[in-house]
Write a protein that binds this ligand. Structure first.
Ligand code: NAP
Length: 248
């Protein structure tokens, strides 16, 4: 059985390793967005497929027997394309999505918003925000161009940052002590994050609580309808085993 893992996450890398360990035929796919990405083990392809039609053609050409959408919870375009392409090509699809931070002990103290507009409204009176929402949506925060924004990203954005902004390039995982230092050094009075979930970038939330820094969380986009979702690698393995049983 050939499995395509749509990746770009730690979970996708762990899944590729688990599939290889049971000698499954696996190919991991990365968007090619970041320079020097952490690669999963095993075969990797890089770059977009060319929309739904391109993915349908890829699934047929390989051919692929099953797809695991293990992309980041905010990679909504890719997840939607995978749902449409698999439905069209009759290829089984499961979504692997780590749980969000909704059950975090501090979640009730955070301000939850749907998008950047929600952040701008919720943080209207903040003076020294710290943005950890990624490079792709950074330009949406330009209404805050006059404020001393600290923006942490993996790779620098393509546009010139306002003079008042400071860019911090780094890649998780992070620890609480370092996160506390970053927020304190900046004198942050707001931390902005996506509901990425998982442990890699969770430490900033504890650091914010310790320093009394308010947190604004952008909620996850809705997942594509009708796609089975699991939250860990063992559940994907069970899903694939069930599928293998059905096929034989
Ligand atoms: P997106 O907006 O949902 O996808 C935009 C386009 O990028 C897709 O239509 C597809 O191009 C291509 N693409 C995305 N993921 C791909 C993959 N795994 N393999 C091949 N092509 C892919 O995606 P995004 O939010 O830019 O995320 C890009 C990648 O970064 C994903 O792999 C995701 O897991 C990872 N990532 C995203 C975030 C985030 O916050 N969004 C955070 C961490 C990691 P075509 O239409 O041409 O096929």
């Amino acid at each position: 059985m050939k499995v395509l893992v749509l990746g770009g996450t730690a979970e996708a890398r762990a899944l590729a390793a688990a599939l290889l360990a049971v000698e499954m035929d696996v190919v991991s796919s990365l968007a090619g967005r970041v320079s020097n990405p952490t690669l999963p083990p095993g075969p990797v392809r890089v770059g977009g497929f060319g929309g739904v039609a391109g993915l349908v053609a890829y699934l047929r050409a390989e051919p692929v027997d099953a797809v695991v959408d293990a992309t980041h919870p905010f990679a909504a375009q890719m997840s939607g394309n995978a749902a449409a392409a698999c439905a069209s090509g009759g290829v089984p699809l499961v979504r692997l999505a780590r749980p969000g931070w909704g059950a975090h002990a501090d979640a009730a103290n955070w301000t939850w918003v749907r998008d950047t507009a929600g952040v701008l409204a919720a943080g209207a009176s903040c003076r020294r925000p710290c943005l950890t929402t990624g490079r792709q949506t950074l330009a949406e925060f330009l209404p805050w161009a006059e404020r001393p924004v600290l923006a942490r990203v993996v790779d620098p954005p393509a546009f010139a940052l306002p003079a008042a902004w400071r860019l911090l390039t780094s890649r998780g995982p992070y620890e609480v002590a370092g996160e506390r230092r970053i927020l304190a050094d900046h004198g942050a009075d707001l931390l902005v994050t996506k509901d990425s979930g998982g442990a890699h970038t969770e430490a900033k939330l504890a650091a914010a609580r310790e320093l009394g820094v308010p947190v604004v969380v952008i909620a996850r986009p809705d997942p594509p309808a009708g796609v089975a979702t699991v939250s860990d690698v063992p559940s994907v393995m069970i899903w694939l085993a069930t599928m293998g049983g059905r096929r034989s």
